[in-house]
Structures are given as structure tokens and as C-alpha cells.
Write a new protein. Structure first.
Length: 393
């Protein structure tokens, strides 16, 4: 049990540190002035008064006070010198920490700016490469898949390198593509996700699990995705952000809910995670074939705009200290910005896939198809889900 604060402690806490320091200096000066004043008085008396034999004690007092004054003065000077060294050391340490923090911030900004430039540079080139090949009637499913997967893999590497520099912890990432609709829109209850690409630093064991789940896993079997797409979700966050999924699972358990994760032994691979949807508001896409039912639904004032989601951008770490709540806004803005660029790439990918299918092109007839067969299978089966904004029930 904590003891109550005494009256003297309360008074002490009310006094500013500057006043305390001033009182300390005054006390040191008084400590010397008192014996020094007595010494001066005795010496003055010794010279002026007619000293009698019985006043011999003054001689001893003068000697003793002289010694005491000298010792106190010596100690005061030593203390002043020691305090000066301590203050100088503290100032040096503070300056060194400031310089170290400045170097860290400079390095973070340098990494962030370099990686973000590389992202936009690659984005510009890939968008135009796809269009050029398509316009020249040279685009194949093989080339399209290679262009998209290479862009996404590089983008993931840029992102995890940036977050590693900012968090100080190892980060890995992946892009989960929504599949199951053969390039047509599908309900989130029926949709599946497949790991399209992963960052190059990913644990090989996780890539083996991806191969086992080549047919995809249901969106509804993963809380991370349901918190973004489910109509009855508890929040309306545009990302799923959890520093510690083990604690989050316990929190859900305490209120009678269950944390769902289709990855076996998921806590062996990550503890903290950020999941952002690769999406756009449906109203911004002119080519969506919305039927009259959907049109009427959007006119209903009780429902907000519908989002068109192609997949999820996921980053995670085994450290529970990587994605702190204090840095939630900073980290989510970065992840969402990468997801925004990925949407345009994946959207163009679907557009060209549809055109290639309409023209009867078959990737399996192209040279080198076997090298990326699994990726192309996922790509060919990619789709999207429509998601309403959350309305409180």
C-alpha cells in the first residue's frame, strides 16, 4: 500500500526547482558566512579590546574558526567543481542523445523518401508497360502476371524496409488477393483470400503454408479481414491494427467472442499486425456494372457508400513492441498509402485479364508458363467484394 504524502512533501513539491536551487546556494553561503563572521568579530575584538589573561580562549577560538572556515570554503569550492563536472557531463550526454535522435530521424526520413520514390517510380513504369504491351497486342497472361507480381514484391520490400527503420524491429509483409469470383464480384461471406506475393524476408515456413492453401481460405475465417469487411463489424476502422494479437484474443474471449485466424500456429510467425484493404469507393469506378438494386440501396440514406475491395495489404512482426498505439496513425497512413498504389495496379491487372479472356488468350500455351503457374492461377481467379461502411445497430 502506498503511504500518504506528508504535509512537508506537499510543500516541497509546490516549491519550484529554481527556488530550491537558490535556497541551496544561500544555505552554502550562510554556512561559510556564519563562522567567518564570528572569526572576523573575534579578530576585531582581539585587536581593539584590552585582552585580559582570562580571555586567552579567544586565541583558540580564532584558530578553530579559521580552520573551520577554511575547511568549509575548501569543501564549497570542491562541491562547486564537482557539480560543474556533473552538469557538464549531463549536458554532454543530453547533446549526444539529441545528436543520436537527429541522426535516427534523418536516417528514417532518408529511407522513407528513397523507398517511396522507388514505389512511385515502379508504379509509373509498370502502369505504362502494361498499357504499351496491350496497345501493341503483345500482352499475355504470363507477362501481365510477371509485371504485377514483381511490382507487388518490390513494393512490399520498400514498405517493410521503411517500417523496420521506423519501428526498430523486423517486419514482413504480404498481399492477399480476393479470389473465388473469376474476376466477378462476390459476397464477403463466400469470398476467399490467397497469398498473392510476400516480401523477400518472409520466413520460408510461411511460404510453405501458402502452397498448402493454394485454393485460398475463407475471409469469414479471419478476424483481421472481418473487422474491415463484415457488415456487422464492431468498428468502422479502415485498417485492422493490433500491437499484440495474443492480448487482443484474450480481450475478445473476455466478452464472449473468438479471434479467428486460419493460419496454423499463427503466433509462431507474428504477434503484431497491420492490415489495410486494397480498395476504392465504388462511386469512383465508372466501369462497375451496378444493377438497379444496388443503385436503390445506395440512395437509401441509412446506408453509406460501398467500397470495392480487391485484396488486403498485411504487415506483421513477431515483436509486440513494433506497432505501438502511440504510432498508430503514422504507421497506418504509410501502409494505406502503399495499399492505394497497389489498388490501381491490381485494378488494371483485372481489366487487362478480362480483355485477354475475351480475346481467347491462354497463358498455358505461352513459353515459360510453368514457372509462375500458381501465381497465374491466383491472378486469373482474382475478384472483388463490395463492402458497406459500418452502421451502428
Amino acid at each position: 500500500m502506498e503511504s500518504k504524502e506528508s504535509l512537508l512533501d506537499k510543500i516541497n513539491n509546490m516549491i519550484p526547482d529554481s527556488i530550491k536551487q537558490l535556497l541551496g546556494v544561500g544555505g552554502d553561503i550562510a554556512t561559510i558566512l556564519i563562522p567567518l563572521g564570528s572569526l572576523v568579530g573575534l579578530i576585531f575584538s582581539w585587536f581593539i579590546d584590552n585582552n585580559k589573561p582570562e580571555d586567552y580562549w579567544k586565541n583558540h577560538a580564532i584558530i578553530i574558526l579559521s580552520i573551520i572556515t577554511g575547511v568549509l570554503f575548501y569543501r564549497l569550492m570542491r562541491q562547486k567543481k564537482t557539480n560543474g563536472k556533473i552538469i557538464h557531463k549531463m549536458q554532454s550526454e543530453h547533446e549526444n542523445k539529441l545528436k543520436e535522435m537527429q541522426c535516427i530521424h534523418l536516417r528514417e526520413r532518408s529511407i522513407f523518401s528513397q523507398k517511396y520514390y522507388q514505389l512511385l517510380h515502379d508504379y509509373r513504369n509498370v502502369i505504362n508497360d502494361m498499357e504499351y504491351s496491350y496497345k501493341k497486342n503483345k500482352l499475355t497472361e504470363t507477362e501481365l502476371t510477371v509485371l504485377v507480381t514483381h511490382f507487388l514484391e518490390n513494393a512490399l520490400d520498400y514498405l517493410v524496409d521503411t517500417l523496420k527503420e521506423m519501428t526498430g524491429h523486423e517486419i514482413s509483409g504480404c498481399v492477399k488477393a480476393i479470389i473465388g469470383g473469376n474476376c466477378n464480384r462476390i459476397s464477403y461471406e463466400d469470398a476467399k483470400v490467397n497469398t498473392f506475393v510476400r516480401s523477400h524476408n518472409t520466413n520460408p515456413a510461411r511460404k510453405s503454408l501458402d502452397q498448402q492453401d493454394e485454393e485460398g481460405v475463407l475471409v469469414r475465417e479471419n478476424t483481421d479481414f472481418l473487422e474491415i469487411v463484415a457488415e456487422d463489424r464492431s468498428k468502422n476502422d479502415s485498417v485492422f491494427y493490433q500491437p499484440n494479437l495474443k492480448e487482443y484474443a484474450e480481450q475478445l474471449k473476455s466478452i464472449g467472442k473468438v479471434y479467428k485466424n486460419s493460419t496454423p500456429c499463427w503466433d509462431k510467425y507474428y504477434i503484431g499486425t497491420i492490415v489495410a484493404p486494397i480498395r476504392i469507393a465504388s462511386k469512383r469506378l465508372f466501369y462497375l456494372n451496378n444493377n438497379q438494386k444496388n443503385v436503390r440501396r445506395r440512395k437509401n440514406k441509412n446506408n453509406n457508400s460501398v467500397y470495392y475491395i480487391l485484396g488486403f495489404l498485411c504487415v506483421d512482426s513477431l515483436s509486440e513492441e513494433a506497432f505501438t498505439l502511440e504510432q498508430k496513425d503514422n504507421y497506418t497512413f504509410i501502409v494505406k498509402s502503399y495499399a492505394a498504389e497497389m489498388f490501381n495496379i491490381l485494378s488494371k491487372n483485372q481489366f487487362y485479364l478480362k480483355r485477354l479472356h475475351e480475346n481467347g488468350q491462354n497463358m498455358d500455351k505461352k513459353p515459360g508458363a510453368n514457372n509462375i503457374n500458381s501465381l497465374t492461377k491466383t491472378n486469373r481467379n482474382s475478384t472483388a467484394v463490395d463492402v458497406k461502411e459500418h452502421t451502428m445497430k
